[in-house]
Structures are given as C-alpha cells and as structure tokens.
Ligand binder design. Sequence first.
Ligand code: ATP
Length: 363
Amino acid sequence: MKTYKIACIPGDGIGKEVIPAGQTVLEALAATQDAFRFEFTSYGWGGDWYGQHGEMMPADGLDSLRDKDAILFGSAGDPQIPDHVTLWGLRLKICQGFDQYANVRPTRILPGIDAPLKRCRPEDLDWVIVRENSEGEYAGVGGRAHQGHPIEVATDVSMMTRAGVERIMRYAFKLAQSRPRKLLTVVTKSNAQRHAMVMWDEIALQISREFPDVKWDKELVDAATARMVNRPASLDTLVATNLHADILSDLAAALAGSLGIAPTGNIDPERRYPSMFEPIHGSAFDIMGKGLANPVGTFWSCVMLLEHLGETQAARSLMAAVEQVTADPALHTGDLGGKATTVQVTDAVCGRIRGSGAGAKAA
Ligand code: ATP
C-alpha cells in the first residue's frame, strides 16, 4: 500500500475549520480502499505564529515541506497584520520557493447551486483559469524612496521573463488540448502595457504553433470580464498573468455561485517540489470560529490533490460525493443561502463516500 505524505497548513481564520474538514474527507476516502493511505503532518504557521515568533513561518519551513507529496493549505490573513506581510510571509513564500508556477483554477456550477447569472445554464460555465504564479505583477520588484517626504516615490514593477511566459503558455495550451473543446483564451492587456504584455502575446503565438489542434483567441482583460458575464459558453480554458487571473478567478467563483466553493492548485508541473492545494477564498474573519464556513472549496481542492497524485478514481469518487451533497439545498452553508454547518457538510460528504464504497477494500 502506498503512503502519501501530506502537509496541512490551516493558516488563519476559516482555514482552521476547512482544512481539518478536508483532512477528514481524505481519511474517509482512504478508509474505503487498500491502494493508498495518507500520513498528515500539521503546521501551525500563520498569524498566531507571527504573534509568537515575528514571522509567518520559520526560516527553514520550506525544508520541512520538501519531502511531502502535496500540501493542503487554508488561508493567510490576520486583521492585526498588514496583508502584504501575511501574503508574502507564507503563501507566496511557499508558491515561489517551490516554483509552483502554474496556478490552476477550475470553475463549474455544481449541481444544486443557484448561480447569479439569469441566462447561464450549468453547461455554459465550465472553465479552467491558468494563472501565471511565479512572476509578473507579483515578482516583488520595486521599492520605496524618500519615505515620509513630499517627494516619496514607490514602484511595483511587473517583471516577465521569456522562460516564465513560455512555460505557462505551454502548460495552458497542453491543458486546453486535454479538455474536450480544445479551446484557449489568452488574456492580455497589450494595448496599454506595450512591453511585457506584447512579449506575452508574441510568445502565445509562438507556443500555439506546437498545438495546431487547439483553437485559441486573445482577449483584453477588461473585455474578458464582460465576456465571462455575457457569453460564458464562449470560454473554456483561460491563461492570464498573476494579477489579471487573480481578479478573473474571483469573478469566476462568484458567477459559479460562491467564493466558498472554488478550488486552486499551485502546481510545479516538473514535480521537483510538492504542489499546494487550497480553496480560493481567504480567511473570512467575519464568520470564523462559528462553524459556518463552506468546506466545498477545500474538498474540491482535495480532488485536485488526488488528481495530482495520480489517484484518478479516488478523485472522481470524492467529486461525485461532493456533487451529491451540493445537490441537496438542505446541505448548503450560509454563503449559498442555506443553514448547514461546516460539520454537517463534512459528515454528509463522508457519508456519501462510505455509502458509495468509493474504492475496493479487501474484506
Ligand atoms: P483574505 O483577506 O484572507 O483574502 P477576506 O476575508 O478578505 O480574506 P475572503 O475570505 O476571500 O475574503 O471572502 C470574502 C467573504 O466571502 C468572506 O468575508 C465571507 O463572508 C465569504 N466567504 C468566503 N469564503 C467562504 C466560505 N468558505 N464559506 C462561507 N463564506 C465564505
């Protein structure tokens, strides 16, 4: 039997509720079959750790994650700590330290979910957004001078490398090729940003020649928001820069019903380092500690984790269990207009997993 070593980093806010829920469903899934099991290690990094140690994670934290098969991450964010400190001190430290350059964000309207667009049928919205996750607007290049003086200056420089753009374009074209519609939209802003984004477009064209069976088009990021709302069925796979995709994927999650449902994988496609899976939402301090958080975004992230491990059948079983639960409005949390708690949704998913006998456990 294979043992997968999984690092769990709940982080802050509702991360502390949804990550244990994710662990519970993965354990329930493992118990249904004999092919693999999980060995979880939890790390108490985040805002509380910062309060005690003055840093979001230990300086050698990456070393303790290096031998893991995957990481399950909650959120980083604390009202007492500036957002750029929490983001750069934990999530980005792991994403960038492990060169998880492809951030993959699937969006679908799951069964039973009442999505906000009137004319959008569930089959019209089935997207995967690929976010460049290692450079661009999040390269960390820039600085401040003359601080506190009237001539104070601050810069954030979006930095794109040919190698960085080539690898994310290749990843996105390959992903589009693997999906039934073989359709990719390259999101850009090369009308206004006339250096890096022009290179981005040129590289998209260059890489497209390696994938003659993929249909692709280009869309300015502002027009892409309108297209997502007005013509959702015209999109399938999208690739965008770090910042553009960050914004588009929140819109995508809202159009699919709730921020509480959407998953993310921070992938190192070359598998040099562990990849990291997390719900798209943040710490949501307004509902933390009340048992109200929707764990579905975490469960779907667990599905992506299983796919990454090559456990395709287990991934399908978990997704089927999640969809059976979302189909029942009595099991919707507050963000979906329901009254169910995190624990009730988690128990229901575990019940469906056990009921379906998800795997083939030897007697
Ligand atoms: P951060 O600053 O850490 O990104 P945030 O609190 O600003 O977090 P999000 O957590 O991304 O923002 O979510 C915004 C709002 O959406 C929350 O305040 C919460 O009301 C709702 N929300 C987000 N995720 C969930 C969830 N899993 N279940 C229920 N409601 C959610």
